[in-house]
Design a protein around this ligand. Structure first.
Ligand code: SAM
Length: 221
């Protein structure tokens, strides 16, 4: 994280707590910035990268809640939060006692936000900006993570086409893969076991609803 990124994030956000995870403070977007009044969809159509890192997405909120309420899942284990955004899920895993937590995102501002947010909550989270979905499948190498957490990654067709096989291969190789998803259009339809559903409060600025039923799925179960 460089000083310019840190200054931008602190200047364009306020510190707030997602409704479902009040234990965790994050640098989050307020409704004041016109960019953030637009929906994620319209931004994508305009070719603008939405500031994903500035929101606690429903999938991430539900997954963070599930991890904190079921700490044994991650306690003492090596955890990857893939497509981390703000780092909400990674921070939850660190708070729940994970042995190590890697937050991965291809957006450099996300990695800066994760670092700021981890510090804000007094936990250790390391970051990686590599596109892990380019890595070979686990049969080609050692298993690096015991638990892989994916919050709200199936909102986009191209992204889902990369994530579904990558996560599936890691689940098949023995990792525990948990997905938090508010019924996005590209969620895989097979090989999922429902663990819990939460009613997550969301922002009308971001989604077309103020509440979204959001499910924790185990992949490969
Ligand atoms: C909807 S946000 C979810 C953020 C967070 N998990 C949450 O639930 O709040 C999706 C995130 O996926 C990231 N992303 C997109 N493609 C990716 C890839 N190939 N590898 C890692 N992250 C990616 C985006 O930068 C964005 O931060």
């Amino acid at each position: 994280m460089n000083a310019q990124q840190a200054d931008f994030i602190t200047a364009s956000t306020t510190i707030d707590r997602p409704p479902l995870t009040p234990e965790i403070a994050l640098h989050l977007a307020t409704e004041v910035t016109p960019l953030w009044h637009a929906t994620a969809d319209s931004l994508v159509h305009a070719g603008v990268e939405p500031p994903f890192w500035a929101f606690a997405w429903p999938g991430g909120q539900a997954l963070a809640r599930y991890v904190m309420d079921n700490a044994a899942i991650v306690a003492g284990r090596r955890v990857l939060d893939i497509a981390a955004g703000s780092g909400l899920v990674a921070i939850a895993a660190a708070m729940a006692g994970a042995a190590s937590v890697l937050a991965n995102d291809i957006d450099p501002l996300s990695l800066a936000a994760v670092a700021l947010n981890a510090k804000l909550n007094g936990v250790t989270v390391t970051t990686s900006g590599d596109d892990l979905t380019d890595l070979p499948f686990p049969e080609d190498g050692p298993r690096e993570w015991d638990v892989i957490l994916a919050g709200d990654v199936f909102y986009d067709r191209e992204m889902a086409a990369r994530f579904a096989p990558w996560l599936g291969a890691r689940a098949a190789a023995g990792a525990l893969v948990l997905i938090g998803d508010p019924n996005r259009p590209y969620l895989p339809s097979e090989n999922l076991k429902r663990l819990k559903t939460y009613d997550v409060t969301t922002s009308l600025d971001l989604e077309s609803a103020t509440k979204m039923a959001t499910t924790i799925w185990r992949l490969g179960a």
